[in-house]
Design a protein around this ligand. Structure first.
Ligand code: GNR
Ligand code: NI
Length: 174
């Protein structure tokens, strides 16, 4: 396993659309292992392959709070089959937009179809934080970041600040 560098805004790679995976083989499993390592090391709850520069439709997640009880989740070629009309607001952050946080509305529940670590087809009904996180990660596969949902002014401000000093230590809520 290896820790990879997480790409941060502004970077065109993050705007690429990821390609579907044909088969879940050794290469894909190695990538998922590295992604999970990288995510844990950065204290994230999710990571899309494009964030480490690989345009494959692969996501890893772990939303468990207890550090001792890890619950890694792997999603290959995830597809949202159904979205609940009711919304859920959550203060989102992104490892590719370090130190910026904003409240984003997304469907509270969604149904997602995907392949797991072993390439088996799975279905999951996600709610709350899990639903938010899956949708945040699916957006990465389309080249979309949470700041795209903010006003043009806020988005421009964030990108400008990130490009000036790439590692601001403070937490900024917009
Ligand atoms: O670590 C992360 N936390 C988070 C919080 C609220 C909504 C989404 C996320 S995902 C983010 C990691 C990340 O950037 N994944 O792409
Ligand atoms: Ni993100």
């Amino acid at each position: 396993m290896a820790i990879k560098t997480i790409i941060t805004e502004p970077n065109k790679i993050l705007r690429q659309k990821s390609r579907p995976v044909e088969t879940v083989g050794e290469e894909e499993r190695k990538l998922m292992d590295d992604m999970l390592d990288t995510m844990y090391q950065a204290n994230g709850i999710g990571l899309a392959a494009i964030q480490i520069g690989i345009a494959k439709r692969i996501i890893v997640m772990d939303i468990s709070k207890d550090e001792k009880k890890k619950n890694p989740m792997y999603f290959v070629n995830p597809k949202i089959k159904n979205k609940h009309s009711e919304n859920f607001t959550y203060e989102e952050g992104c490892l590719s937009v370090p130190n910026y946080f904003a409240e984003i509305d997304r469907p509270k529940k969604c149904e997602v179809e995907y392949l797991d670590y072993n390439g088996q087809k799975q279905m999951l009904i996600a709610e709350g934080l899990l639903s938010t996180c899956i949708q945040h990660e699916l957006d990465h596969l389309e080249g979309i970041l949470f700041i795209d949902y903010l006003s043009k002014l806020k988005k421009t401000m964030i990108i400008k600040k990130l490009s000036k000093h790439k590692d601001r230590p403070d937490r900024i809520i917009v």
